[in-house]
Design a protein around this ligand. Structure first.
Ligand SMILES: NC(=O)c1ccc[n+]([C@@H]2O[C@H](COP(=O)([O-])OP(=O)(O)OC[C@H]3O[C@@H](n4cnc5c(N)ncnc54)[C@H](OP(=O)(O)O)[C@@H]3O)[C@@H](O)[C@H]2O)c1
Length: 342
């Protein structure tokens, strides 16, 4: 058990997720011995205000990890591939937001509250799941524990912030130009995102699914320790929303389930908040979820697409920058500290 407080680094501190990590480190009052903010040469030397103090952003290189115990990284897959093994070799626990190591056998893929125990097997690198997978895990875990998942079909409606700062700015610029009838040439997306939806997130795989869709399939299986017999399919769609991913979920279970039972179970599920009363038009929307920590669940109903009362449909919404990225990253760091795993 480590007793001293850790030296922490935030890699990608100037990015969309990095900035949210700073907010949550402060909100959650994470205790540390020292903290450093890392980025590329582009932002090196710029200032970051954190807890009313000014810090200078440091350019990332191999040596910065010498005295770091825990690095919270959100600087893209290539940066993680370059630095995570170096950090791990220097006994720094590298908590990675990119997809670079998620499916590696020796790398735990963890949603706090779902599979915390997997952290114990880490060998220096811990992966944070994809944002669409992350928000699904908290409601699905309790349902799977009791009713045993058999089949899962997910359709996502994903906010532009999931694609970084450039995509956020593109939604604003694209909307402005559309409103005055000017043409717009998209660059963050393949098509215009303003007043549109785009059924492609990430590149296409040979099987016709996108990488984003296969991340939901493969990561869900790894986090919930599901066998290959559980069939999972996802369609991932980008929508013109700044913050908050939504998901329409259809699940079939081994055991009979009713909407009432599911509601009762989800009412007390950790990290989940029910917004489910159609008589008062109560259901979650991304605007409600932005800036908040829970995964909101509503529109729970017994699915009429599956036989024998074994299917459930629901809608879930969460802040993709929080539970989908920064919040779970900080929670992993807190758990690593609490469990003395650094
Ligand atoms: N946005 C989301 O909802 C979300 C969710 C889950 C996971 N992620 C993952 O998190 C990562 C960051 O996403 P983001 O949306 O925050 O992107 P972003 O806004 O573009 O920020 C990227 C950050 O990485 C830094 N960076 C880039 N190249 C670097 C390098 N070679 N060395 C050191 N730092 C470097 C940038 O620093 P400079 O300022 O110097 O350019 C910046 O701080 C990605 O891997 C993404 O897949 C994002």
């Amino acid at each position: 058990m480590t007793e001293r407080l850790p030296n922490i680094a935030v890699l990608g501190a100037t990015g969309v997720v990095g900035r949210e990590i700073l907010n949550i480190l402060e909100e959650n009052d994470v205790k540390y011995n020292s903290i450093k903010f890392l980025a590329s040469s582009r932002s090196a030397g710029s200032k970051i205000e954190f807890k009313n103090e000014n810090y200078t952003v440091i350019e990332t290189n191999d040596d910065v990890f010498d005295d770091i115990d825990i690095c919270l990284a959100s600087a893209g897959g290539e940066t993680s591939k370059r630095y995570a093994p170096i950090a791990a070799k220097k006994n720094c626990v590298f908590i990675d937001n990119s997809s670079a190591f998620r499916m590696e056998k020796d790398v735990p893929l963890v949603i706090i509250g779902v599979n915390d125990e997997d952290l114990k097997s880490h060998k220096g690198i811990i992966s944070n799941p994809n944002c669409s997978t992350s928000q699904l895990m908290l409601p699905l875990k309790v349902l799977n524990d009791k009713y045993k998942l058999k089949r899962l079909i997910v359709s996502t409606y994903q906010a532009v912030s999931g694609a970084g700062l450039k995509a956020i700015n593109e939604l604003t610029d694209n909307t402005k130009t559309n409103l005055v009838g000017m043409p717009y040439e998209p660059s963050a997306f393949k098509y215009e995102i303003a007043f549109n939806v785009i059924p492609q997130i990430d590149s296409f795989c040979e099987n016709g699914y996108t990488k984003e869709e296969m991340k939901v399939t493969n990561e869900t299986r790894k986090i919930l320790h599901l066998s290959d017999d559980v069939k999972i399919s996802c369609t991932a769609v980008r929508v013109p929303v700044y913050i908050g991913h939504s998901e329409a979920v259809s699940a079939e279970f081994e055991n009979k389930i009713s909407a009432h039972e599911a509601r009762e179970l989800l009412k007390s599920a950790w990290g989940v908040e029910l917004r489910d009363e159609v008589s008062t038009y109560t259901y979650p929307t991304p605007k409600d979820a932005a800036g908040k920590n829970p995964v909101y669940v509503g529109r729970i109903r017994q699915s009429i697409a599956f036989d024998s009362d074994k299917g459930l449909d629901f809608f879930c919404v969460a802040d993709n920058l929080r539970i989908g990225a920064a919040l779970n990253t900080v929670r992993i760091a807190q758990k690593v500290i609490e469990m003395g795993l650094y």
